[in-house]
Write a protein that binds this ligand. Structure first.
Ligand code: SAH
Length: 362
């Protein structure tokens, strides 16, 4: 008998196709979406508005398979980090950040990362593989269940950021399927404003995303000169700053109310001068934007250090006086290595990058 199909991660049209392949009506997709994502029911026998014979067929041919929690860590500030074990043994990390008026879930899109950003922990472990749509949306479903078990209110996750491990736009199809499930009223029903995808700047995929699923976009800019950005974000050699900013303008073209969030990690002596701030203001002229300054979070083996608080304040003031809406991102969960750039999971490094970085032969 063939392997059961994991229905988790199939968006509305894929689920309709699945029911068609069983010779069933498309409206069952609607029912299953609501059971799984709105009520958290993963057992077909409990889906009481499906007729009994269909429940039995599904129990034989399909599963709703969630990743397994390998470890839970809680920060002093309430942030939770879960290490999730996938079916093939790879482990990824998901972070829940509770705030007064919202709960933000930071989701991973790949086991490891192909980009070699020089300041990031995920980069140091190399790349194993893309996550499937089920492994991406599974993080959200699981987090909701775990938060509820912890006594957090009935809809704990109000915002999703694709800012965990990996580059989401290098895993385009699975990420878009998962995003569609986040937005679909029959499943999570989150508004586009509350779902943010962060990219290091995969320009062609940014254009596709604007067409296919225009969620909110965050761009990891981090530098204002190509020579510096080439070092920090080597993808810049392929898509340099000017090309990236043009893609940002195109992304906003059809929606005058939206803005792009630019992330800028503050690295002492590397990208934090007032001259850099002035150049940033002029580069972003005409792009509706929000600047997020991210204090660098320490990563073992990484040579950079965080700019001091005064430098960050002066940099921010310079941007604000140049007309840019700017905040300094509050570091959350640093005591459990859950802050930006600290996610490291446990991946089967197919690139052998960690070994190369340690000087060992691959
Ligand atoms: N690959 C995507 C998604 C990762 S999002 C991207 O690059 O946007 C994670 C964010 O944290 C990115 O802006 C990343 O550049 C930033 N980051 C990585 N390492 C960091 C560190 N050590 N301190 C602070 N921010 C870091």
């Amino acid at each position: 008998m063939s392997e059961p199909t994991n229905l988790l991660g199939l968006d509305r049209s894929a689920l309709q196709d699945y029911f068609a392949s069983l010779g069933e009506k498309a409206f069952h997709a609607r029912q299953v979406l609501q059971w799984v994502y709105q009520r958290g029911v993963t057992n077909f026998s409990e889906m009481t508005d499906l007729r009994l014979s269909l429940r039995q067929t599904l129990s034989e041919c399909a599963v709703i398979d969630l990743p397994e929690v390998a470890r839970t860590q809680r920060s002093e500030d309430g942030t939770r980090k879960w290490l999730l074990r996938l079916a093939d043994g790879n482990c990824i990390e998901t972070v829940f950040i509770p705030e007064e008026d919202r709960g933000t879930l930071c989701i991973s899109s790949q086991a490891g990362c192909m980009l070699t950003c020089s300041f990031c922990a995920t980069a140091r472990q190399g790349f194993s593989r893309n996550l499937s749509a089920s492994e991406i949306i599974g993080q959200l479903l699981l987090a909701e269940q775990l938060c509820k078990n912890d006594g957090i209110s009935s809809r704990p996750v109000s915002n999703v950021v694709m800012m965990g491990m990996g580059e989401p736009l290098l895993n385009y199809d699975s990420v878009v399927s998962a995003l569609r499930l986040m937005l679909d009223d029959l499943s999570f029903g989150l508004s586009r404003r509350r779902v943010t995808l962060s990219t290091a700047g995969v320009v062609p995929a940014m254009d596709r995303l604007a067409e296919d699923c225009p969620v909110s976009l965050a761009v990891s800019l981090h530098a204002v000169r190509d020579a510096v950005r080439d070092e920090l974000v080597p993808l810049n050699r392929k898509y340099p700053i000017v090309a990236l900013l043009d893609a940002c303008r195109r992304f906003l073209r059809n929606d005058s109310r939206r803005r792009i969030t630019f992330e800028y990690v503050m690295l002492a002596g590397v990208n934090d001068s007032l001259d850099d701030a002035r150049r940033l203001v002029s580069l972003l002229q005409g792009i509706p934007s929000k600047m997020n300054l991210i204090p660098f979070n320490p990563v073992p083996g990484v040579k950079y250090s965080c700019s001091d608080a005064d430098t960050i304040d002066r940099f921010r003031e310079q941007l604000i006086s140049g007309g840019l809406t700017t905040i300094t991102r509050k570091t959350r969960g640093a005591d459990i290595a859950a802050a930006c750039g600290q996610l490291a999971g446990d991946v089967l490094d197919r690139t052998q990058r960690s070994a190369r970085l340690c000087g060992a032969s691959p």
